[in-house]
Design a protein around this ligand. Structure first.
Ligand code: ADP
Length: 370
């Protein structure tokens, strides 16, 4: 008798332990997990599910399907599974107030049966897929923009070529010559777009090469700017500050970052005529700041512009050609160097982009794994 009681107690202890373990696991996974009994009430929910229920199951919040059609509560997968004892899955958009961005979830509700095939529970899980939905949207937008951006210089080259042919047939050889640089410019645009596509694919595949060398930081910045200053007629690039240090970095890639930031400073400040570049020496880092006096941007965009394919919603910006890849590529290159990049900007007052690199790079990898 005593032995059976001890056995039972042990069994209960083990069950409690395994339930506690289950709870720890469920509280720490990324999804919202709820368990309903066949009558409907929730018998278990983890922390995320509780937040979802309290925040989204209220009148001010609407839940829509992939086509934007509102879904009433009784048509959500858990209600459906409780009704027809089958698994249901739905991708939903949670529409909150106009100030809060929408969120997306993949909901899956699975019925659980006992040995007699009676419905005992419905397990309901909500997985946040907002990041992947937003990325897909940006990618779709990018494909549309990208093909447009590729077609425009190609169409230009075709027209220029036709005009050149006509001039050539009319033996106006001197005029033909003037077209070479125009074609060259368009080919450069195409090359730059294709280069960005390839860089993004490399980043995504974790295959961005890194070829470090030691060089003088101040000289490197000065010579990059000298080249740019000669090509940019619209803006004067002013350099100030000195760091007097050598860094270990991939010169070609770092130059790509500088050219991109200074190129943006120029593109997005057409009414200004100056770009300021400052070199700042810190205890452990060297920093270069690139300041323009152009469109600037609202604070809410400042963390998003480093994401792939992101462009600020501003009609002036949208008029300027661009794919929204340069900052993403630059950010990844700086990250590859163990550095950081950030922006300070005010709408209509201009932007300052900062790149900060460690003075000594401890780890130098040939290929960077993201
Ligand atoms: P692109 O210039 O091709 O759009 P980027 O990745 O270089 O792509 O920049 C992403 C977005 O960040 C730009 O579309 C623009 O909205 C914003 N941005 C970047 N640089 C500046 C700047 N100097 N001033 C204002 N906005 C900027």
């Amino acid at each position: 008798m005593q032995q059976t009681e001890a056995k039972n107690r042990r069994k209960i202890r083990e069950q409690v332990k395994s339930l506690a373990l289950f709870d720890i696991i469920l509280q720490n996974i990324d999804n919202g997990i709820s368990v309903y009994n066949p009558e409907g009430p929730i018998v278990y929910e983890n922390g995320i599910a509780e937040v979802i229920r309290k925040k989204y199951f209220r009148k001010s919040v609407r839940i829509a399907d992939e086509n934007g059609m509102l879904i009433p509560q009784e048509e959500l997968p858990a209600s459906q599974a409780l009704r027809d004892r089958r698994t249901h899955s739905k991708k939903v958009e949670v529409i909150r107030t106009s100030k809060q961005p929408p969120l997306w979830y993949r909901i899956r509700s699975v019925p659980v049966f006992d040995k007699k095939n009676r419905l005992v529970y419905v397990l309901d899980s909500w997985r946040d897929i907002t990041d992947s939905v937003l990325e897909k949207r940006r990618r779709d937008h990018f494909i549309a923009i990208g093909s447009h951006e590729l077609r425009t210089p190609l169409a230009g080259i075709k027209v220029l070529n036709q005009v050149m042919q006509k001039l050539y047939l009319k033996k106006k050889h001197e005029k033909v010559k003037t077209f070479f640089s125009k074609i060259d410019e368009k080919v450069n645009t195409l090359t730059a777009i294709i280069h960005d596509f390839i860089e993004v694919e490399k980043i995504r595949g974790g295959k961005l090469e890194f070829n470090p060398e030691t060089f003088d930081f101040d000289k490197f910045v000065a010579s990059t700017i000298q080249d740019l200053d000669m090509t940019y007629k619209s803006h004067k690039i002013q350099v100030s500050g000195e760091t007097h240090i050598s860094i270990i970095a991939d010169k070609v890639r770092l130059q790509e970052v500088l050219i991109n930031l200074i190129g943006n400073a120029r593109k997005y400040s057409p009414q200004a005529d100056t770009i300021d570049v400052r070199l700042i020496s810190g205890e452990k880092t060297v920093t270069v700041a690139i300041q323009d006096y152009g469109y600037g941007m609202d604070k809410k965009y400042q963390s998003q512009i480093f994401q792939p394919f992101y462009r600020v919603r501003d009609s002036r910006i949208e008029k300027v050609n661009g794919l929204g890849l340069g900052l993403y590529i630059s950010y990844k290159i700086v990250e590859l160097h163990g550095g950081t990049m950030w922006v300070k900007s005010k709408l209509d007052q201009g932007s300052t982009f900062y790149i900060s690199l460690p003075r000594v790079i401890k780890k130098t990898k040939k290929v960077y794994d993201f």
